[in-house]
Design a protein around this ligand. Structure first.
Ligand SMILES: [Zn+2]
Length: 476
């Protein structure tokens, strides 16, 4: 007998930064999926995980600058992440940290297994080194992949001993599984992108370790203590260690493989290659699906701290409420594409869609029911059909469908004018208000995964027949 289950992950976020709107976007989307599937499959059959990626040279350095230990620094940033997810009503089942002792042990167990079976071997890694910085650099940190931006001179190529993962061995199998959707990559454009990369360039073996003298803030390789694991091997395994793997095989068996792994496009390639190769090497099923979402601009510009247009999810949630943030980021443009957001757009959604359309509908319906003393009853109604949209991550489309019911109900009230019917036709008055009353229940139910707080308030107000503004006017 197959049991329906759903396991959704966000990437674990690198703690060199406090949570920003991009992190919130991925995490809100995962939360909606988790809430939807909990209703469908039951609470015990859904697992939603997020967490933090905490090792590496950058963290070591940031901590040093502040005169803190890396762990103390990590603890402080992690607390900010946890608070942000609480403020946004995120219902993750677990928060995994790569500094968790169980995670570190599991990573060591996994790399030892891969080393013993020959998937990891000792090789040479060519690294770019800036003499000025006395530091190794990654291509992405450099101008034209070579010039140090701080010293404006080319890096030297240093050859460094490193342990390598035999990624090349898995190239063909990965290509096959992505082609036949055994590893589904969505949207389709992303699938094509990764397939053309695999066909044209193929996979080369990658370094999975750094010399401990260069990066000491990391997990030591059990078979060579002079090395620490490089970021990917450590980070990817979170998707398993958060389930208690390899100790808790019962739970791992229940939830693995992940049904949907969400991420932004910059980390698609490593997830579709290194991570899947690691799973194959560990004799585990590959991910069922990687869903790649786009980036947003803020008022048409790339979001950045230096431009001062960075949107802070905590501030926005405090000002407009968590449901407004959740609604607005998913309503502006289709999930999977790039798009634009801004505080103005969010404020506008608050006033228009949420306040004027939804909030007013609820308030005036309840007050007319009370004023005209109409007896309305809750009926068995057909739910708004949005399940397919949610399961396809077409969140924007689901919200538009819900709002079409809201708009139709408002129009129905305008057309039927209950304030006139109250004097002329008691029977039709009851029919009109009862229809809208039940439509509001349908709207509330459909909104549960998206706007959990608002959904609860709608059903409570309908039940008690006591209206309170859902989205009160803001004082500027
Ligand atoms: Zn430099």
């Amino acid at each position: 007998m197959t049991v329906n289950k759903f396991y959704v992950t966000t990437p674990i976020y690198y703690i060199n930064d406090i949570p920003h709107m991009g992190h919130a976007y991925t995490t809100i989307a995962a939360d909606i999926l988790a809430r939807h599937y909990r209703k469908k499959y039951g609470h015990d059959h859904v697992f939603f995980m997020t967490g933090t990626d905490e090792h590496g040279a950058k963290i070591q350095e940031s901590a040093k600058k502040r005169g803190q230990t890396p762990k103390k620094f990590a603890d402080e940033v992690v607390a900010k992440y946890k608070q942000t997810w609480k403020n946004l009503n995120i219902s993750n089942n677990y928060f995994v940290r790569t500094t968790d002792p169980e995670h570190e042990k599991a990573v060591q167990w996994a790399v030892q297994k891969l080393y013993d079976q020959g998937d990891i071997y000792k090789g040479v890694y060519q690294a770019l080194y800036c003499v000025g910085c006395e530091q190794y650099k990654t291509k992405s940190e450099l101008i034209d992949e070579n010039i140090c931006p701080d010293h404006n001179r080319p890096c030297e190529i240093h050859e460094e001993e490193a342990y390598m993962l035999k990624l090349s061995k898995y190239s063909q199998e990965i290509e096959k599984r992505i082609t036949n959707d055994e590893i589904k990559v969505r949207p389709e454009t992303r699938k094509n992108e990764i397939l053309s990369f695999l066909k044209n360039e193929g996979l080369e073996d990658v370094a999975i370790s750094r010399k401990k003298e260069n990066v000491s803030w990391g997990i030591a390789l059990p078979f060579d203590q002079a090395h620490t694991t490089y970021v990917w091997v450590d980070a990817f395994l979170n998707y398993l260690t958060g389930l208690g793997w390899p100790q808790n095989m019962e739970k791992t068996g229940l939830f693995w493989p992940a049904d949907i792994q969400l991420m932004a496009k910059d980390i698609m390639r490593v997830h579709a290659t290194i991570w899947q190769a690691m799973l194959m090497a560990l004799d585990l099923p590959t991910s069922k699906e990687l869903f790649i979402h786009g980036y947003f601009t803020v008022n048409g510009k790339k979001m950045s701290k230096s431009l001062g247009n960075s949107l802070e999810p905590n501030e926005l949630a405090e000002k407009y409420g968590s449901d407004t943030v959740r609604y607005s980021v998913l309503r502006e443009f289709p999930f999977g594409q790039d798009g634009d957001i801004s505080e103005e757009k969010m404020a506008n959604r608050y006033t228009t869609d949420l306040g004027n359309e939804l909030g007013n509908l609820l308030q005036r319906t309840i007050s007319m029911i009370n004023k005209y003393e109409v007896a309305v009853t809750k009926k068995e109604t057909k739910p708004i059909e949005i399940d397919q949209d949610i399961e396809n991550l077409a969140f924007e489309s689901a919200l538009i469908k819900i709002w079409s019911v809201v708009k139709a109900a408002n129009q129905h009230i305008e057309a039927k004018a209950p304030w006139i019917l109250a004097k002329t036709d008691q029977k039709e008055l009851t029919e009109v208000l009862e229809k809208v009353y039940n439509d509001l229940y349908r709207v509330g139910e459909a909104l549960e995964p998206f706007l959990p707080e608002t959904a609860t308030r709608i059903s409570k107000q309908l039940e008690d027949k006591q209206a309170e503004p859902l989205f009160p006017r803001l004082d500027n």
